[in-house]
Design a protein around this ligand. Structure first.
Ligand code: ADP
Ligand code: MG
Length: 118
C-alpha cells in the first residue's frame, strides 16, 4: 500500500503573550492510500492544529510531515497552494466564504485561481 501521509515527531507550539502552549508534542502516525482515519479528542486538544500543520496551512515547530514522500515544511507557498488544490480537500468547521460572491462563485474561485499557481 502507498503511504500518503507520514508524520514524524511533529511538534507545534503557540506562543501567546510570552506563554508557550505546546499543543502537539512528538506526534507520530502514517496514513496509507484508501485508509480512513478519524482524529478525535476534546475541544482544545489540538485536532485543528494537527490538520493545519499536516496541510502546511500553518508552520510547524519541529518534526517532519511528508505528503506522498515530499516534505511539506520544505515546500514554497506556491507549491503548498498547488498541493492543497490538487491533492487535498477540506471541509472547515466555519464557513470561509467570500461574502460578496455567490455560493457557486465561491466554489468556482479556486479553479479560476489555479492557473496562477501552475
Ligand atoms: N492560532 C492560534 N494561536 C494561539 N493558540 C492557538 C491557536 N490556535 C489554537 N490555539 C490553541 O491551541 C490549542 C488547540 O486548539 P485547537 O487545535 O483549535 O483544538 P481543537 O481543534 O481540538 O478544538 C488550544 O489551547 C488553543 O487555544
Ligand atoms: Mg477544531
Amino acid at each position: 500500500m502507498t503511504n500518503i501521509l507520514e508524520v514524524q515527531d511533529l511538534c507545534k507550539t503557540y506562543v501567546v503573550n510570552k506563554r508557550q502552549n505546546n499543543v502537539l508534542k512528538n506526534v507520530n502516525f502514517s496514513v496509507d492510500e484508501g485508509e480512513m482515519v478519524a482524529v478525535m479528542g476534546p475541544s482544545g486538544s489540538g485536532k485543528s492544529t494537527l490538520l493545519y500543520s499536516v496541510s502546511g496551512m500553518d508552520g510547524i515547530t519541529a518534526g517532519e510531515v511528508k505528503f506522498c514522500g515530499k516534505s511539506v515544511s520544505k515546500m514554497t507557498q506556491k507549491d503548498l497552494a498547488k498541493l492543497r488544490l490538487d491533492e487535498m480537500g477540506f471541509i472547515f468547521q466555519q464557513m470561509y466564504m467570500l461574502k460578496n460572491l455567490s455560493v457557486l462563485d465561491n466554489i468556482l474561485l479556486p479553479a479560476c485561481q489555479s492557473d496562477k499557481i501552475r
